[in-house]
Design a protein around this ligand. Structure first.
Ligand SMILES: Nc1ncnc2c1ncn2[C@@H]1O[C@H](COP(=O)(O)OP(=O)(O)OP(=O)(O)O)[C@@H](O)[C@H]1O
Ligand SMILES: [Mg+2]
Length: 205
């Protein structure tokens, strides 16, 4: 018996946090022990890096440096939370993981993508299943901007950027169709959750 590692991906406002809450509720009801975590963050050190990366005055990191900071945060998170959770036979649910780095940094720099992939190879942990919540970027952006937040986030970059992000996520999903399940997020939270739970049930059995 070994734990399970589940990640959620998708553009800003696509419903990742909402779906993770519904899945966590489901696991709690089933009396399955799970760990809910997020990136960038998940540990104290990683959260500090998140603050540096997402605040308004972000020191104007190059995309490559940004990717390396994300990878440092990820390594800390994997060492302290994700690996121990899996080794403890838990279900680890992570809000964003490596695919987000490939999309958000990789999209802007092939070198950042290469650097991240090289490091990820050494960090050495891949989700058992990834849910990509795919949806109309205009609706997602509306949803995301409706939330007050003091972080300088990618949703502030506008609709064309969101469209590109969506396409990049879809490209990765098609490339890794064995791991990544594309879920249509243009439905009610309950409808989306029902599909996710169905996929997870076969894994958890
Ligand atoms: N299926 C849905 N239908 C309508 N509204 C939704 C749906 N899912 C989530 N929402 C609402 O849309 C907003 C964004 O959802 P949520 O925070 O879950 O997205 P997210 O993917 O976690 O965003 P971010 O990447 O910015 O963290 C929230 O206000 C949420 O209540
Ligand atoms: Mg969220």
């Amino acid at each position: 018996m070994k734990g399970i590692f589940i990640s959620f991906e998708g553009i800003d406002g696509s419903g990742k946090s909402t779906q993770i809450s519904l899945l966590a509720k489901y696991f709690a009801k089933q009396k399955k022990s799970f760990v809910r975590t997020e990136e960038p963050g998940g540990t104290e050190g990683a959260h500090e890096i998140r603050k540096i990366l997402l605040r308004e005055n972000n020191f104007q990191w190059s995309v490559e440096s940004e990717a390396l900071l994300f990878m440092a945060a990820r390594n800390d998170h994997v060492e302290k939370v994700i690996k121990p959770g899996i080794e403890d036979n838990k279900i680890v649910i992570c809000d964003r993981f490596m695919d987000s780095t490939i999309v958000y940094q990789g999209m802007r720099s092939p070198r950042a993508k290469k650097l991240s992939l090289l490091l990820f190879d050494l960090i050495g942990i891949s989700p058992d299943i990834t849910f990509l919540i795919d949806m109309d970027p205009e609706i997602a952006l509306d949803r995301a901007l409706n939330r007050a937040n003091d972080e300088d986030r990618f949703e502030n970059y506008g609709i064309n950027f969101q469209r590109q992000l969506r396409q990049n996520f879809l490209d990765i999903a098609n490339k890794h169709s064995d791991r990544i399940k594309i879920v249509d997020g243009n439905r009610s939270p309950q409808q989306v959750a029902a599909q996710i739970i169905k996929s997870v049930e076969t894994l958890v059995k």
